[in-house]
Design a binder for this molecule. Structure first.
Ligand SMILES: Nc1ncnc2c1ncn2[C@@H]1O[C@H](COP(=O)(O)OP(=O)(O)OP(=O)(O)O)[C@@H](O)[C@H]1O
Ligand SMILES: O=C(O)C1=C[C@@H](O)[C@@H](O)[C@H](O)C1
Length: 304
């Protein structure tokens, strides 16, 4: 067992050096002699063949360990190693390409709750060196630090929507922002006027099943619009989100740019939208923003 633990601690460094030293596919193995019983410990690491279309370099590995006399290997560790530099570099390059077209305009992310507006928004703001704001958080600050769920409960949805419009108005005159908006911000026309005064609106279009899975993973407590449904968190989220998408689908579709996770799966050759990283979504967002800004309407908007 001690030997097993030692392997576990030692191998990540070894795997890393192998990974960069040679193509991380196929399998590798080596052994060493254990001092006490002179048994030979065999360690093997398996890397599957990589898909070349991926924007990231991820190697899934399986580390197993067995003694010489008992060759049935027990798996010590499975996992994946990611080289973030590829994705990060692509993101950086894309942002450099898009910046002149963007010309300082803000980015407003819209989409159903759980679509990743905050997660992706923070990545975009960081790479563009823009300021990040979450409109739900700004509303909470305005209302003495009450949570969105408490605001709904104490003051009602109408009050919350008015605060949301006030917050968007206060941001509308500013440039170089990335704003994660509330899921329902798209329903009021005046909110669109504020968002588009100096900003581009980007819709994160995520399949409902993926949204419901993400929301179920963190629970539905902080999301008051899901409280009316019955069932387990996944079922509650699915029911409510499908209604909301029916109600708001046309509004989301008014966005200047759409980032479809299903399209990304197709582009990158992945099996599932759950395989897409937030950075890959941020890259796609920049690509879609660039495509919009290269249209006649987009160029006129950005003053180019
Ligand atoms: N690409 C992704 N893959 C997996 N999980 C993600 C991804 N993007 C976001 N998540 C997770 O989904 C949850 C919701 O993400 P996030 O808070 O960014 O969404 P949101 O659109 O801002 O939600 P809300 O409008 O409800 O505030 C979080 O737990 C986050 O970690
Ligand atoms: O979809 C919605 O209407 C909402 C989404 C959240 O971001 C919050 O703005 C609030 O819970 C309402």
């Amino acid at each position: 067992m001690e030997a097993a633990v030692a392997c576990k601690l030692q191998y990540p460094t070894w795997i890393e050096s192998e990974r960069f030293g040679r193509k991380p596919t196929g399998s590798l193995s080596f052994g060493r002699r254990l001092r006490k019983d002179k048994a030979r410990e065999i360690v093997s690491v398996r890397f599957p063949v990589q898909t070349s279309c991926s924007r990231r370099q991820r190697s899934v590995f399986v580390v197993s360990c067995s003694s010489y006399k008992n060759v049935s290997a027990s798996t010590l560790e499975t996992g994946s190693i990611q080289a973030p530099s590829d994705e990060d570099l692509l993101l950086k390059n894309k942002s450099r390409e898009v910046e002149p077209y963007l010309n300082g305009h803000s980015i407003y992310l819209v989409g159903l709750m759980g679509s990743g507006k905050t997660t992706v928004g923070k990545i975009l703001s960081h790479v563009l060196t823009y300021s990040f704001f979450d409109s739900d958080k700004l509303i909470e600050q305005e209302v003495n630090g009450l949570s969105v769920a408490e605001i709904f409960k104490l003051h009602g949805e109408g009050f919350f929507r008015n605060k949301e419009t006030e917050v968007l108005r206060s941001l509308s005159s500013k440039k170089q922002l990335v704003v994660s908006t509330g899921g329902g911000a798209v329903v009021r026309d005046e909110n669109w006027d504020y968002m588009q005064e100096k900003g581009i609106v980007v819709w994160l279009d995520v399949p409902l099943e993926a949204l419901a899975q993400r929301i179920a993973a963190v629970g539905t407590q902080s999301r008051p619009l899901l409280h009316y449904e019955s069932g387990d968190p996944y079922t509650k989220a699915m029911k409510r989100l499908s209604h909301l998408l029916q109600e708001r689908g046309e509004n989301y579709a008014k966005a200047n740019a759409r980032v479809s996770l299903e399209d990304i799966v197709g582009k990158l050759g992945y099996g599932d939208v759950l395989d897409i990283t937030p950075t890959e979504i941020a890259i796609e967002a920049l690509e879609q923003i660039e495509a919009y800004l290269k249209t006649e309407g987009g160029m006129a908007f950005a003053g180019l």
